[in-house]
Design a protein around this ligand. Structure first.
Ligand SMILES: [Zn+2]
Length: 291
């Protein structure tokens, strides 16, 4: 009998939902256990949190890849936090480039295509200057990966703190300038960065339309979205919250994704990851009737 499960990365539903990191209820904190647990929970993707260091070796990566294929769970990778492509320190800059390469190569081994990146801080530079500096320092990394035949899609993330490069227009500028890059749209960060704006159906549609206008329809056909509740202050993001604790309007966000026929991965980053991701997925499934 042929295997009825679909090929990984070709979702039967437009959006796949999954946790950031291994689900809490997995029997062990390994990626393989996380993939199996995701499938048991009815989740279709998982973001591997390599936020301290990329440590996965080829043998483990092969097992992870096989498990993801078997369970039809699409994988992505969150690259290390210790990346700053606007560092004045040549060593830190080189280390940052090395970490991005390592995350992308790990992605190729595991079959994780989307590689989420925090690219850096403004320091004394203007947003436009910073985008330009990041472009210059990321370009050789992209070219190296292309020369290696990498399948990785680097995803600069929309960031939540005002000191961090990564407002939506900056991320879109960089993605438009460097072919092959696509955004990681963190809707909670965008909301926190703008003091609670970007929280209505009309604003979510604006964001999606803006992405499509700058990058083409691919931006919505191949979306990578982070979502959670979030607390913010005058300098933007403070910390993530559950949907129940915060007032992030995930229902209208999902409604906008549905109405723009978005496809891709939705990664839940709330402190109650599984519960909130399952809430999203349930809301989404219901939304196919009415939201
Ligand atoms: Zn992130």
């Amino acid at each position: 009998m042929s295997d009825p499960r679909p090929t990984p990365h070709l979702p039967t539903r437009p959006l796949r939902f999954g946790t950031s990191g291994v689900p809490d209820s997995a029997p062990k904190p390994s990626s393989e256990a996380g993939i199996r647990r995701s499938r048991e929970l009815g989740l279709d993707c998982m973001e591997m949190a390599m936020v301290q260091k990329v440590t996965i070796g080829p043998a483990t990566a092969a097992k992870v890849r096989a498990a993801a294929g078997r369970e039809d769970v699409a994988l992505s990778i969150h690259a290390p936090y210790y990346i700053n492509l606007n560092s004045q320190d040549a060593q830190k800059l080189a280390d940052s480039q090395t970490r991005i390469l390592a995350a992308a190569r790990a992605g190729d081994l595991c079959g994780a295509r989307n590689i989420v990146l925090h690219l850096g801080f403004y320091h004394a530079n203007t947003p436009a200057e910073t985008t330009d500096i990041l472009y210059r320092h990321l370009k050789p990394v992209v070219e190296q990966l292309q020369a290696e035949g990498s399948q990785a899609v680097l995803r600069p993330e929309v960031m939540g703190r005002l000191s961090q490069w990564g407002d939506l227009d900056e991320v879109l500028d960089l993605c438009a300038a460097l072919p092959g890059l696509l955004p990681c749209l963190d809707v909670a960060h965008l909301y926190a960065r703008h003091q609670g704006a970007y929280n209505t159906y009309a604003e979510f549609l604006d964001v999606l339309d803006c992405m499509a206008a700058r990058l083409g329809r691919v931006a919505l056909d191949d979306l990578h979205l982070h979502i959670s509740g979030i607390a913010y202050g005058p300098r933007g993001e403070r910390h993530h919250l559950t949907f129940a604790e915060g007032d992030f309007n995930y229902r209208d966000c999902l409604r906008a994704l549905r109405d723009r026929q978005c496809r891709g991965l939705v990664i839940g980053e709330s402190p109650a990851r599984e519960r909130d991701v399952l809430l999203l997925k349930e809301t989404w499934v219901e939304s196919e009737v009415e939201l």
